[in-house]
Design a protein around this ligand. Structure first.
Ligand code: ZN
Length: 458
């Protein structure tokens, strides 16, 4: 079998791997590169394979860095289906439409500027349009967990629960008498929403994500204590509590943790606003996907509660309702995106709350270098929002324990059931990857780190 990386090679984003086995060509994921300009430039670059010649495309989960280039495949001549779980199809539909809208807005803004400068002819079109996204969404074909299927002649695939986000899967691919595992993204065993993946046995090779391969997450118990204390102190201060959240998984996790705190009487019954139409839609998918979640979450439902609807939860869907929140001076918990504060409704809430000493911002997710979120974590005393200088007087709290990704121990547990398997590390920064590779090699394991565009025999 031959493996070619078309993304997430020595970097985290852009997941896309071609497997050639028994004369068939099967692609696993086709995601967007995200981050610095040079990296994002790769999205419009040539793929190291002909999309029209693919026999099947398998999709591990709905995050943009795994699905964001699927619309290009369809446009470049791929005629077959995108095989994924039903929940992945629903998440991908939300994510792809949102990405197409953002690209359209971005393109229009760039074009207006270029026109004023007399350079409109230099502006490239968006990577994909809303119509391209729609066409890609229509290609999704749902598959069940744990039910082997013939993805291409001689290539058998089983989707197994990965515990990362709703619908997420790792793939067991059997071809040429060998068993190759694609981890996709694996979940955190400390997740209060998703049960841990059952590790695959008897694999000959594992294409393994390594996002947090050099880290150990805090325990769920400790994270819950920290979250309760931070929210409690923030509410006591009297201002609003702004929680920037990713729409998928983190928003649902925070809603559930707020539900628990209110049910336990640990925090007062203050109003909670979910100010994100996207997170509201994703929350519905979580509610429908109960069977996939931790038994603890299902128990809340069985007792007649709704773990994603803490008391006094309000959904603000229209822009007018969202703007109405700017009038609230204190005592409200506001969840809004984007998670790294690079755009979206959260910017308005930051503009109206950051300068107030009694307000709080509770950061519950990873903040990449160069983002507004990172500036706040790093202690900026003033920031620019919508071209306006805003003083940072609010308290900034960071809760590090919420993560949707496996840590080092999770990854070790995942590969432990296949002691003979070679590891092919992808989806990680070089430092994390190299640390994990060194430890695994020291324990006698064969490890390679595929490079972009290079084909390996596996
Ligand atoms: Zn992911």
């Amino acid at each position: 079998m031959r493996l070619t990386s078309a993304g997430a090679a020595r970097t985290v984003t852009g997941s896309c791997h071609l497997l050639e086995a028994g004369g068939a060509r099967v692609l696993v994921d086709c995601g967007l590169f995200q981050g610095p300009v040079e990296l994002e430039a790769l999205n419009a670059g040539r793929l190291p394979f002909d999309p029209a010649a693919l026999d099947a495309v398998l999709v591990t989960h709905g995050h943009l860095d795994h699905v964001g280039r699927l619309p290009l495949l369809a446009r470049l001549g791929y005629k077959g289906p995108f095989l994924a779980t039903a929940a992945t199809r629903e998440i991908a539909a939300i994510i792809l439409r949102d990405a197409a809208e953002l690209q359209r807005e971005d393109h229009e803004r760039t074009l207006r500027k270029a026109m004023r400068a007399g350079r409109a002819h230099e502006v490239q079109g968006p990577l994909f349009t809303v119509d391209d996204a729609q066409a890609a969404i229509a290609r999704f074909q749902p598959v069940a967990y744990d039910a082997p299927l013939e993805a291409a002649p001689g290539v058998r695939v089983t989707f197994r629960r990965a515990g990362h986000i709703i619908g997420s899967a790792y793939l067991v691919v059997e071809a040429e008498g060998r068993r190759l595992v694609f981890s996709g993204d694996l979940g955190n065993r400390q997740s209060s929403l998703h049960p841990t993946a059952d590790p695959p046995a008897g694999a000959s090779a594992i294409v393994l994500e390594s996002t947090y391969a050099d880290r150990t997450h805090r325990s769920l118990e400790d994270t819950r204590v920290e979250f309760a204390s931070v929210i409690g102190r923030a509410l006591e201060a009297g201002g609003n509590v702004v929680i920037p959240t990713f729409a998928v998984e983190r928003a649902q996790q925070v809603l559930y943790e707020l539900y628990r705190l209110k049910a336990l009487g640990a925090i007062p019954d203050v109003p909670v606003y979910l100010d994100s139409p996207m997170a509201t839609r994703v929350t519905r998918i979580y509610r429908d996907g109960l069977a996939e979640l931790q038994p603890e979450v299902a128990t809340v439902f069985a007792r007649g509660g709704d773990p994603f609807t803490p008391p006094s939860l309000r959904f603000t869907l229209s822009t007018e309702e969202s703007k109405g929140l700017n009038e609230i001076q204190g005592g409200a918990v506001i969840l809004a995106g984007s998670g790294m504060m690079t755009g979206g409704r959260v910017l308005h809430h930051l503009k109206h709350n950051l300068w107030r000493p009694q307000a709080s911002v509770v950061i519950v997710g990873y903040q990449a270098k160069g983002t507004l979120g990172r500036a706040l974590v790093d202690g900026a005393t003033s920031v620019r929002i919508f071209g306006e200088e805003i003083a940072v007087r609010a308290s900034i709290h960071t809760i590090g324990g919420f993560s949707a990704h496996a840590d080092r121990a999770d990854l070790e547990a995942f590969v432990a059931a296949s002691p003979e398997a070679e590891l092919l590390l992808v989806h990680g920064d070089p430092e994390a990857m190299d640390a994990f590779a060194a430890a695994q090699r020291a324990a006698g394991r064969r490890v390679r780190c595929p490079e972009l565009g290079v084909t390996l025999d596996v």
